[in-house]
Design a protein around this ligand. Structure first.
Ligand code: SF4
Length: 240
């Protein structure tokens, strides 16, 4: 059962401003965590366009994830070449598929791997599912959170570089909280229904206004909520 979270006034103003500025955000989950996981691995260190192309090429080349698992690694790398770092990502993808296969064998199951992973995640709470995915080889907190949020529609906040920077400047997380710790902070402060909107809104804000270098504070709709420019302080934001 998901705990009820009452958001702070500070977070409420930020959420409302993000929605007003960047529009309502709607998640469109496909409940395919394995496809999402492999797509997220492909998206590491490249653009969405390149990783999307690599994913399509991979699923056009192989009809099932079992075929990807059993193919020669250099052939899988060829199929995902357009996504960059193909020689790193191909063995990483196959490692994940082999690990899931072993997990299923240990349970004596025979499902397709995609179905197996979906069913495994369903056994857990969202937080446990997020942790479970991180036990797969090469899967870190952000990749795991992306799968839980985008594919499984669970309220786990992925913390990428934009979300981390913006949430720190706004005082939603303390100055010393690293990206991995921030996942846990958001689980405590953000109502589950807001997580998708906050995530997408903060990424847009980070890309368009709150740049890492020379943020456009003079035209920022969140100026009044920002700890970085001194509009609010730690007592008001509750961040530590
Ligand atoms: S006021 Fe500046 S630092 Fe603060 S959120 Fe806006 S752009 Fe970022």
């Amino acid at each position: 059962m998901t705990a009820t979270i009452t958001p702070s006034i500070h977070l409420t103003r930020i959420y409302d401003t993000l929605i007003e500025t960047y529009g309502e955000m709607h998640n469109e989950p496909n409940y395919d965590p394995l496809g999402g996981l492999i797509g997220t691995i492909l998206s590491q260190h490249t653009s969405d366009i390149n990783s999307g192309r690599a994913y399509r090429q991979l699923v056009d080349t192989y009809a099932t994830w079992e075929e990807v698992r059993d193919a020669p690694t250099n052939k899988v790398a060829d199929a995902i070449r357009s996504g960059g770092l193909a020689n790193v990502k191909a063995p990483r993808i196959q490692d994940v598929l082999h690990t899931l296969t072993e997990q299923q064998q240990d349970q004596g199951g025979t499902k397709a791997l995609a179905e197996f992973l979906y069913d495994e995640i369903q056994k857990f709470t969202p937080e446990e599912g997020w942790k479970y995915l991180q036990k797969l080889p090469g899967v870190g907190p952000k990749t795991s959170a992306c799968v839980m949020l985008f594919n499984m529609n669970e309220a786990i906040m992925p913390i990428d570089t934009h979300v981390h920077r913006v949430s720190k400047r706004l005082g939603l997380i303390g100055p010393k909280v690293n990206a991995n710790q921030a996942h846990t902070v958001f689980a405590k402060i953000a109502p589950p229904d807001w997580v998708y909107g906050l995530h997408v809104g903060m990424i847009r804000h980070g890309r368009q206004v709150c740049h890492a270098q020379r943020p456009k504070c003079g035209e920022c709709p969140l100026y009044q909520e920002c700890a970085y420019v001194g509009s609010v302080n730690a007592q008001e934001t509750g961040a530590s």
